[in-house]
Design a binder for this molecule. Structure first.
Ligand code: AHR
Length: 347
């Protein structure tokens, strides 16, 4: 019992830093300690899968935050990239009468019915990472994740600076986009950012094809793209695992990756900055620029739950801070929507 209160107090302090003080509102967690007589907070976490290093880091962060030592019982379900598995997991959590459901949704649409069921059972649903597209926003308590559109705009703004500084004409930029899982917020935000930059700057978008956020699929689709198109000089990979797969395919085709696109190299742009091999490739110049996507959301969700435990009111939407990495020291900052973002240079 004491352990639980210490955990809640520590989380609340973290929470106050993150969200500031909030008013107390009606709408309270369904199964309180008083109701169950149990001193653990039971969390049902439906993780969408294990498709990338980012995902593994995210799962680890959640497991660490919701450990037994911290006073929680975590019921973890891996959805294996299938929404139907995630819906089944949520229904099981409802039957188990968990205190909170945390959902990292694979795609945005199709959650209305099951989240209504959770609401009817009085169980708060907290979204992490990707967003959902839902009519009634009262079906989830709050969301914590990344601004995927901003990540994309940072990296396209970096590419625009690069072309300008190197006197490369817009029409000489031939990009392929290896997209993430179609319908996922991270795919939608990053793809939209690229499409609007293509329109704005007049780059040539050669092809868009999904690599499903995995290394194997990306290698396969990149090999096909290289067979079909001989002018590709920029590959926009929607995560680091896809960047690794694309590099394998490019090198297997006897081509070179790097930023010297005027001399035949193929530039790799990527997202995440979590995979160690990808970061090593960034240092070596094989990957030219990475927009960070921060997977360490466990403590943030823990802080949200601590606030809900005392009937607090967390922000409906909380974005995590993220950087942009490169080794190309000529570009020190990028501007997106009038705001400057410093580029972080890796050692
Ligand atoms: O939704 C976040 C994305 O999902 C990460 O960029 C990617 O690596 C993961 O699979």
């Amino acid at each position: 019992m004491i352990k639980k209160y210490i955990t809640i107090i520590i989380s609340l302090l973290f929470c106050i830093c993150l969200f500031g003080c909030r008013d107390v509102v009606d709408g309270s967690p369904a199964t309180s300690e008083e109701e169950t007589g149990d001193d653990e907070i039971v969390i049902g976490f439906s993780q969408l899968g294990a498709e990338s290093d980012w995902r593994s880091a995210n799962t680890e962060s959640m497991k660490e935050a919701f450990s037994n030592e911290n006073g929680y019982k975590l019921i973890f379900e891996d959805g294996q990239q299938k929404q139907s598995n995630q819906i089944t997991a949520i229904r099981t959590f409802i039957q188990q009468e968990v205190d909170y459901i945390v959902l990292a949704p694979v795609t945005e649409t199709g959650w209305d019915t099951v989240l209504q069921e959770a609401k009817d059972a009085g169980i708060p649903v907290i979204l992490v990472d990707r967003m959902i597209d839902i009519e009634d926003e009262s079906l989830f308590t709050c969301w914590v994740g990344s601004d995927f559109g901003l990540e994309g705009r940072k990296i396209t703004s970096w590419l625009e600076r690069f072309t300008y500084m190197n006197g490369i004409k817009s029409e000489d930029i031939h990009i392929v986009n290896i997209q993430g899982t179609l319908g996922a917020s991270s795919q939608i935000g990053r793809t939209e950012a690229l499409r609007s930059a293509v329109k704005e700057y007049g780059w040539d978008l050669v092809a868009e094809v999904s690599g499903d956020f995995t290394q194997a699929k990306s290698r396969e689709v990149m090999a096909e793209l290289l067979e079909k198109h001989d002018n590709i000089n920029v590959v926009y990979c929607e995560n680091d695992n896809e960047a690794l797969g694309a590099i394998e395919a490019i090198e297997a085709a006897g081509k070179k990756v790097g930023s010297d696109i005027r001399n035949g190299e193929i530039m790799i742009l990527s997202f995440d900055g979590v995979n160690e091999e990808a970061l090593a490739y960034l240092s070596e110049g094989k990957i030219t620029c990475i927009a960070e996507c921060n997977p360490l959301q466990g403590p943030r969700i823990q802080a949200v739950i601590a606030l809900l435990e005392v009937s607090g009111n967390p922000d409906k939407f909380s974005y995590v801070e993220e950087r942009i990495y490169s080794m190309y020291t000529e570009i020190r900052q990028v501007t997106v929507d009038g705001k400057l973002y410093e580029v972080t240079f890796l050692e």
